[in-house]
Design a protein around this ligand. Sequence first.
Ligand SMILES: Cc1cc2nc3c(=O)[nH]c(=O)nc-3n(C[C@H](O)[C@H](O)[C@H](O)COP(=O)(O)OP(=O)(O)OC[C@H]3O[C@@H](n4cnc5c(N)ncnc54)[C@H](O)[C@@H]3O)c2cc1C
Length: 389
Amino acid sequence: MDLSPSPEDSAIADAVRSFVEREVLPHEPVVLQRAAAGGPDDLTPEELRSLQDKARESGLWGVATPEEYGGAGLSKLTQTLIAVELGRTFLQFYFGGTAFDSLFLLNDSQKQKYLYPCLSGELRACFAMSEPGGGSDARGIRTTAERDGDHWVINGEKLWISHGNDADFAITFARTAAEGASGGITAFLVDRSMGWTSSPYPVMGSYKVAQLSFRDVRVPDANVIGQVGEGFQTVALASFHANRIVMTAGMAGAMERLLEMAVTWSENRVTFGEPLAQRENVRWMIADGEVACRATKLLCLHAASLYDAGTEFRHAANSAKLFGARAACQVADDVLQIHGAMGYAKELPVERFYRDLRVNRIYEGTDEMQRLAISRDLFKRHVKVGQLW
Ligand SMILES: Cc1cc2nc3c(=O)[nH]c(=O)nc-3n(C[C@H](O)[C@H](O)[C@H](O)COP(=O)(O)OP(=O)(O)OC[C@H]3O[C@@H](n4cnc5c(N)ncnc54)[C@H](O)[C@@H]3O)c2cc1C
C-alpha cells in the first residue's frame, strides 16, 4: 500500500496551501479584531463568495463533486489532502461548487430544483436531523410527517442545525412510522417558503447553528428523497462515514498550524533567561502533538484509500475521527498552555482554535458513538483486532 501522494495530488495540495496562505490567512487578524469589537466572527457571506470566486479562477472549485456535475471528480485521498490544508485556518472557508452528499441521491427533477442551484451557490441547504430530545439516538427522532393526499404534513423541532438560519431549504428527517418497509424515517426537501421557521442558537465556538420549528408544514410527495421509510439508511448513512475522513483531515491541518505556532513562540519567548524551547516540558508537549498530528493524517489517508478502493472503510473512518478529535483538542490545550496568557487572549488564533475544535468530539457522531461502533465491529467479528486491510 502506497500512501504517498501522486505528483498531481501534491500539486493540488500545494495550490490549496498557497491559496490559503495568500488569500485566506490575511482575513484572520481582521476577523479576530472585528469579532473582539462585537462584529462578525467569521467570513461574511460576501467575503466567502469573493474568496470562492478567486479560488475558482485558480481552478479550485467543486473539489468534492463528481465530474458529471461539473466538479473536479477528485478521489477521497486528494480531498483528504485538500482538507488538511483548509484546516490550517480557523476561518470556515470552503471551495464553491459543492453540495451535501444527500443531494446527489435526488431524482432528476429534484436535482434540477435543489442540487444544481446549491452547486452554483444560488441556494443554501441545511441538514436537519438532530432534535432537542437527542442527537446520538438519531433513529429516535420525534418530528412526524403524516400523509394528507399528495402532501405530507410535518410537525416537530430540530436543534443544532448548522447554517439553519441562513438555509433556503432543509433536508429534513421525520418519522413516518406507519409508512414504508423499514426504519420508519423519511427524508424530505423542505423549502423555507413552505413554512418552517428558524432562530439562531448561540454555542461555544464560532459555529452558526439554529433551532428549526415545523408547525403543520405541508410538503408535496414529490419532495420525498428516495423511498418512504428509508431516509435513515439510504439518505443519512450515505454520507456520515465518508464525511468523517475529510473533517478529521481538517483537524490534522489545525494541529499542524497550532504546533508551528508553538515552535515559533517557544523559540522566541524567554523566561528565567532561557527560551521556552529549551524546557523539557515544552518540547515534550510539542513532540506528543507532532506524533498525534502524524497519526491523525495517516489514519485519514488509510481510511480514504479504503474508500477509494471501494472496500469497507467505516471502521477506519470512525477510528480516525475518534483519535483525531481527541488529539486536536489535546494539541490545542497544550499549545494554549505554551503561549500562557497570550494563548488565552483573543488577539491570537489559539483560543479560537481551542473553542472551535471542541465540537469535533460531539458532532458527526460523538466520541462515545465512535467507540460503540468500533467495539461493535470487533465483537461482531466484522473486523479483526488491528486489521488494516
Ligand atoms: C456546532 C454543532 C453543529 C451541529 N450541526 C448539526 C447539523 O447540521 N445537523 C444535525 O442534524 N445535527 C447537528 N448537530 C448535532 C449533533 O449531531 C449532536 O449534538 C450529536 O449527535 C450528539 O447529540 P446530543 O447533543 O443530543 O447528545 P446526546 O445524544 O444527548 O448525548 C449526550 C452524551 O451522552 C453520550 N451518549 C449518548 N448515548 C450514549 C450511549 N448509548 N452510550 C454511551 N454514551 C452515550 C454522548 O456520546 C454524549 O457524550 C450539531 C451539533 C453542534 C454542537
